[in-house]
Design a protein around this ligand. Sequence first.
Ligand SMILES: C[S@@+](CC[C@H](N)C(=O)[O-])C[C@H]1O[C@@H](n2cnc3c(N)ncnc32)[C@H](O)[C@@H]1O
Length: 226
Amino acid sequence: MAESDQSADVAWRDGIVPVSTRFDDPYFSLADGLAETRHVFLAGNGLPDRFCPGFRIAELGFGTGLNMLATLIAWQGAGCEGTLHYTSFEAFPMRAEEIARALQAFPEAEAVAGPFLAAWQAGHSCFTNGGLQVEVILGDARETLPAWQGQADAWFLDGFSPAKNPELWSEDLMCAVAGHTAPEGTFATYTAAGHVRRALQAAGFEVTRSPGHGRKRHMSSGKLRT
Ligand SMILES: C[S@@+](CC[C@H](N)C(=O)[O-])C[C@H]1O[C@@H](n2cnc3c(N)ncnc32)[C@H](O)[C@@H]1O
């Protein structure tokens, strides 16, 4: 994207899976990223059951937009009326051509990605895609999230692995996540790393560990304590 001073550095594993050379980590699961998104981020947040007009999702790490597109497919499948607000925080945006290439692995997501790819190619980080009002807030989430005026009903915590991208899982940032969560709001993430779970607990979430997707034994999800 033209507005960002730092874009992603991407290599391709097996010619299909984008891997960040900056973080040495893949953007999505090698074991069917779309299925993992549905298991971890959607089901982990009680979605699509909780969808209602005006529902707000926020995400750490926009990457290829696959989570956003999985959300769109779920929103359309649930026959929801109105708008879902999807806000994502991204420091190193991928180029439109890289995103388009990554999405080729997921024909279902690719089929609904047209408006997103056209907007991204044109340099827009705010766009509408079939019922979703999407805003990608560019910059380091450690600075942009505390400054965000919004709140989320559900959070997708999708940084690279905590070992390789520790700045996206810090105690301070998890506090900022909790501080931008609506009452009854939830989070979900693929990781069950102890320090991340403790940071989310300390931030104010009731944290649950449950079976992960594919070869991952556990994931984490939780609800804001009242
Ligand atoms: C695992 S990928 C996200 C995958 C994405 N959710 C998808 O659906 O394709 C992690 C993302 O976090 C971003 N990221 C890493 N550190 C960040 C930071 N400090 N602030 C904002 N984004 C960051 C990376 O650039 C990358 O796009």
